[in-house]
Design a protein around this ligand. Sequence first.
Ligand SMILES: NC(=O)c1ccc[n+]([C@@H]2O[C@H](COP(=O)([O-])OP(=O)(O)OC[C@H]3O[C@@H](n4cnc5c(N)ncnc54)[C@H](O)[C@@H]3O)[C@@H](O)[C@H]2O)c1
Length: 393
Amino acid sequence: MTTIAPTAFEANTFTINGSVLSWSQLEPPFSVSSFPHPYSVSIIEAIADYQQIIATADFVIIDQNIAHIYGIGERRAGTTFLVIPSEENKTLDTVSAIIDQMIDLEISKGSKVVAIGGGIVQDLSACACALFRRGQPFTYMPTTTLGQLDSCVGAKCAVNTAKAKNILGLFSAPSEVFIPIFLIKTMPLLDHRAGLAEMLRLCLTASISAVQIYSNLLPSIAQPSTLDLSAYAEAVSVSLSIKKSVVDFDEYERDVRRSMNYGHTFGHAIEKLSNYQVPHGLGVLLGMHIANVYSTAIGVMAPSCLAELTIIFQKTALEIRLPFFQASDLVPEKIISQFRYDKKGDGASVPLILIERPGMMIFRQYLFSQSHEVLSQSIRLGIDEFSAWINQP
Ligand SMILES: NC(=O)c1ccc[n+]([C@@H]2O[C@H](COP(=O)([O-])OP(=O)(O)OC[C@H]3O[C@@H](n4cnc5c(N)ncnc54)[C@H](O)[C@@H]3O)[C@@H](O)[C@H]2O)c1
């Protein structure tokens, strides 16, 4: 990925729907602006440091699959909450159970509460801590690729009801984020690539140079078990530096933070229509590709840019097995019908987040009443290409 030429916009300045932002690659630790308090983001490279944070915590909320990996030490009975990491369990009932345990432990503002896991633990813990006595400080240690490269910055959290995913949400920032990068080596390939897709999304938001960094790092970080930890640490710093620049500008998603939904309108519809068999990050990867195909069809993106980006998308999807994935099951008209349930819609339209090229993003309202012909064709083409990239049985 070297031939998309930088333009008048220099590499570290990017434009989101007319607003100009800038990013520079920051080495953690760095601080993220947030209301009511900023929070620090650091990388932990030593297992002993990770274990020390666990050992000194008054209360630990941890993914039950992570608890055994480096152990949680000799914790006092009743001071650990093991989370079953499933969407069915990401509910107010679990939030309530976490809060009840904090009451039993007489947790106070001065207590040290630590949440350890991926997005599910983050969502449950941040909701519980926001509600408990109107704000319990907590430390977050993300353990998934998505958590480390994306969601640990941004302060969002949400839980599900029986009818809708992530419908009960609020902003709840941790006091500090510590990223134990060595934990990524045990990530399942599918979840890992889904996390890398979110990094690719952030790089596409930011600039050609960020996409080049992603592309250069990819061979060293594509396989979790053998990944090069220093290359992965660089990926974390690039990805979170970009996320920070957007969140610092618009934490509460009044405008430019909506750009983080690039690929999501299509991705969510595909996730739903596949009964959530297509995992979120891969839905977003496919969704971004469809958005790019559509951008090209309506003259927003140059065909040469689409061709170059497609090579990188393909590399991210490669070696993934989705035996259940049938391109023919995903009908474009059904995907467009799902737009009506998109959280960002207004009943008559939905915002489509498109890129002209890396670092130049625009928002376009897509009317439910307009002709769907071009979009349908783009969706079909995008899905068929994606289907050819992933390893079919
Ligand atoms: N709050 C936010 O800003 C935000 C952003 C994006 C997504 N989310 C939410 O996050 C959830 C998805 O989170 P996720 O993708 O981080 O994964 P997750 O928390 O759902 O975990 C995925 C799987 O990976 C396992 N796992 C976690 N860390 C591991 C490790 N180091 N080694 C091996 N296995 C490990 C878990 O046990 C689980 O089986 C969704 O519910 C989504 O809605 C939240």
